[in-house]
Write a protein that binds this ligand. Structure first.
Ligand SMILES: Nc1ncnc2c1ncn2[C@@H]1O[C@H](COP(=O)(O)OP(=O)(O)O)[C@@H](O)[C@H]1O
Ligand SMILES: [Mg+2]
Length: 236
């Protein structure tokens, strides 16, 4: 199978659920507008918004893999805490019953990253943390400065990953069987893309996990250094 065939077969299947739900709730709203109370209307529109977000993330991931290495990243001085604050509310809404704990370092230092791609990275990690853990469990997000790096951790209390599967995780289209994978929608592209993007921003990604005991993904980026940026632009 070519990469194009593989994308089409895995993704068209994954698009069907959100599209069906968007169509269903829009039809209900249109056909029964006068019979539905305001509270329910709001709930239905929220679902439409959430499902649209899922589709947008999916499309973003597909575009990233189909462009492979030709994609251009725009690195600029950024504050990861600001970006976390932007993304987290979407996930609180999507995984309503989960508890979210935020441990942001108030003295965080800036990093040199592509903000859109950083959002894609965090979206993939939070999506997995929510999908592969039980309702009611806790997801903890931590940002810290450790030596010359800004480190971010996304930690869940979910199904966990066996150490023998660690190198499979970051491969294209690879999903690992657990009792939640069959229920959770996915295509095995999220972590492949995440690792690629992190490394293109001069960062590193690491996983710590035990089957049945939860998972922690750590990503780190070098602290912003204006001289480094200067060197890069002189090079090109
Ligand atoms: N937080 C996590 N907890 C447990 N398993 C995970 C977690 N994140 C990823 N995985 C495993 O790694 C596989 C690959 O992840 P990913 O590339 O994001 O694909 P997808 O989410 O589409 O299945 C998943 O199918 C899942 O088995
Ligand atoms: Mg995923």
């Amino acid at each position: 199978m070519t990469i194009q065939d593989e994308i089409i077969s895995t993704v068209s299947h994954e698009m069907r659920t959100p599209l069906t739900s968007i169509r269903g709730f829009s039809q209900t709203l249109l056909n029964s507008w006068d019979k539905i109370d305001d509270e329910s209307k709001k709930k239905f529109v929220k679902i439409i918004e959430e499902q649209s977000n899922r589709l947008i993330n999916l499309v973003e991931n597909i575009l990233t893999v189909s462009k492979e290495n030709s994609e251009v990243l725009v690195l600029k001085k950024s504050n990861v805490n600001v970006l976390i604050d932007k993304i987290l509310p979407l996930f609180k809404e999507r995984f309503k019953t989960h508890k979210f704990i935020l441990n942001c370092d108030k003295n965080i230092l800036p990093v040199n990253i592509d903000e859109d791609k950083f959002q894609q990275i965090l979206t993939n990690l939070l999506d997995n943390a929510g999908k592969y853990s039980k309702e009611g469990s806790t997801i903890t997000l931590t940002s810290k400065v450790i030596e010359d790096w800004v480190t971010l951790s996304v930690k869940d209390e979910g199904v966990g990953i066996d150490e023998k599967d660690f190198d499979k995780l970051f491969k294209k289209f690879s999903r690992i069987e657990n009792h939640l994978t069959s229920k959770a929608q996915g295509n095995g592209l999220g972590l492949y893309i995440t690792k690629n993007l992190v490394e293109k921003m001069n960062g590193k990604i690491e996983v710590k996990s035990k089957s049945g005991e939860g998972t922690e993904f750590l990503i780190k980026f070098p602290i912003y250094n204006p001289e480094e940026v200067l060197k890069c632009s002189q090079k090109s």
